[in-house]
Ligand binder design. Structure first.
Ligand SMILES: Nc1ncnc2c1ncn2[C@@H]1O[C@H](COP(=O)(O)OP(=O)(O)OP(=O)(O)O)[C@@H](O)[C@H]1O
Ligand SMILES: CC(=O)N[C@H]1[C@@H]2OC[C@@H](O2)[C@@H](O)[C@@H]1O[C@H](C)C(=O)O
Length: 401
């Protein structure tokens, strides 16, 4: 047996494993690194997050990625070069974290890497009748494995696509395995660049569980701030939005898109929800002359509206439902305030801290769970008639040498 296979076999048989989950989301703010002790597998998974950090990306990294990110046309040579470059960069950041945390790389069983999504195009979003769903994550796992010396499992989304899914949201698997409860109807809400939710009814009926993207989280607000306010990445604590006034006509135009009429589950990305989307809504509502803070107030309300519409749809069938929020959007006080006001049937809004997981770490932990399933679980059978995906094992294995 090849020693790498023997080592994986050994890891898979251990009662618990050390897995580093890596997530680099659509906000391009940084690499989330979660060092997890994962015990068991499947519905018996237990997670202890031993260390977590977000390593902020520098301007050079952001500039390079933005040249290709969510762009229908870009330099193919640059995409080709970025794939190994991002992988190597992520590997280097992992090495820095391990040094800082005083952890020996030899003690880590595997790294679980999401990579960097640069384009996402479900069938509902593209016009090519010859093609099905597609999504592309760069940051080659071979580079991470070689740079760190740690076996790396990556590229999780392609198996989901191969099995007939849209490649996202994969949160459904981790949320179901880790956060479902026999005693409480739950919605796990993540508000990153794009917002998504997982519906977890308390009956434990896996076929009723689903995850869906629901529209923009922070992505248009971030893009607006980055375009018009030098050196600002986002509207810190919603200061701009709080100073402005929502514009009803613009809000209506923003909410008027075919995506919101599609039934859940569905996926989307910044390929759709971007500054061109805002400009088109301004044209339709004749609101080009608004002040920056009024636009930010309206974008904030837009995000709150689309998220609350999806939550309200779920809670119709789930009395006393508790929403557990995560992602950067939980730090936006105006968004959180509006969400609670727009969702009167929700019993309580909490964040995933209440379930033992740091809300900023949740997506990185998800990939650690998926890698653990790849290694030591069974097929992730959700019997998911709603999502229409058969049980699949996601992730590709890259060895260090
Ligand atoms: N104090 C704050 N005030 C307002 N917004 C904030 C604050 N802190 C974070 N955010 C928002 O959260 C965003 C980062 O969220 P997060 O890291 O969850 O996104 P992501 O993981 O990149 O996205 P996705 O989940 O779509 O892949 C920031 O870009 C910003 O918009
Ligand atoms: C294609 C892609 O990268 N999608 C991300 C993005 O960020 C949030 C939302 O859109 C979600 O669908 C997904 O990430 C999470 C981790 C998921 O798959 O559950």
């Amino acid at each position: 047996m090849h020693p790498h296979i023997a080592a994986l076999y050994n890891s898979a048989q251990k009662p618990s494993r050390l897995i580093i989950g890596l997530m680099s989301g659509t906000s391009l703010d940084g690499l989330d690194v979660a060092l997890c002790r994962v015990t068991g597998a499947g519905l018996n998974t237990h997670i202890e997050v031993l260390n977590f950090t977000t390593v902020d990306y520098n301007d050079d990294y952001k500039t390079k990625i933005k040249q290709v990110f969510a762009k229908r046309e870009c330099d193919l040579e640059l995409v080709t070069l970025l794939h190994p470059w991002v992988g190597k960069h992520h590997g280097t950041l992992v090495n820095q974290c391990l040094t800082k945390w005083n952890i020996n790389p030899a003690d880590i069983d595997v790294i679980a890497s999401h990579g960097q999504t640069i384009y996402h195009c479900p069938q509902s979003q593209h016009n090519h009748k010859d093609f099905n769903n597609g999504t592309l994550q760069i940051g080659d796992s071979d580079q991470i494995a070689v740079t760190t010396g740690i076996t790396t499992i990556g590229d999780f989304r392609q198996k989901h696509i191969a099995a007939g899914g849209e490649g996202a949201p994969l949160a459904v698997y981790g949320d179901y395995l880790y956060f479902s409860s026999a005693a409480e109807n739950r919605i796990l809400l993540n508000m990153g660049g794009i917002a998504n939710l997982t519906y977890l009814p308390k009956c434990g009926n896996a076929s009723a569980v689903f995850s869906s993207d629901i529209g923009p989280g922070n992505t248009i607000m971030d893009a607006y701030v980055q375009r018009y306010f030098c050196d600002m990445h986002y509207d810190n604590d919603a200061a701009l939005a709080k100073a402005g006034t929502q514009n009803k006509l613009l809000l209506e135009a923003l909410c008027d898109d075919a995506f919101f009429n599609l039934s859940m589950p569905k996926t989307t990305g910044p390929e759709v929800f971007n500054l061109a989307y805002l400009a088109a809504a301004q044209t339709r509502s004749n609101t080009h002359n608004l002040q920056h803070d009024d636009i930010m107030a309206t974008l904030n309300a837009f995000t709150a509206h689309v998220i609350s519409k999806a939550i309200n749809e779920c809670v119709k069938n789930a009395p006393n439902c508790v929403v557990y929020a995560s992602g950067g959007g939980i730090h936006n006080p105006l968004l959180m305030e509006q969400l609670q006001a727009f969702c009167p049937a929700v019993k309580a809004f909490k964040n995933t801290h209440a379930l033992g997981i740091d809300p900023d770490a949740k997506e990185a932990v998800l990939f650690a769970i998926l890698a653990n399933e790849c290694l030591a679980g069974e097929q992730q059978h959700l019997n998911n008639t709603t999502q229409g995906i058969a049980g699949v094992t996601m992730g590709k294995v890259s060895f260090a040498d």
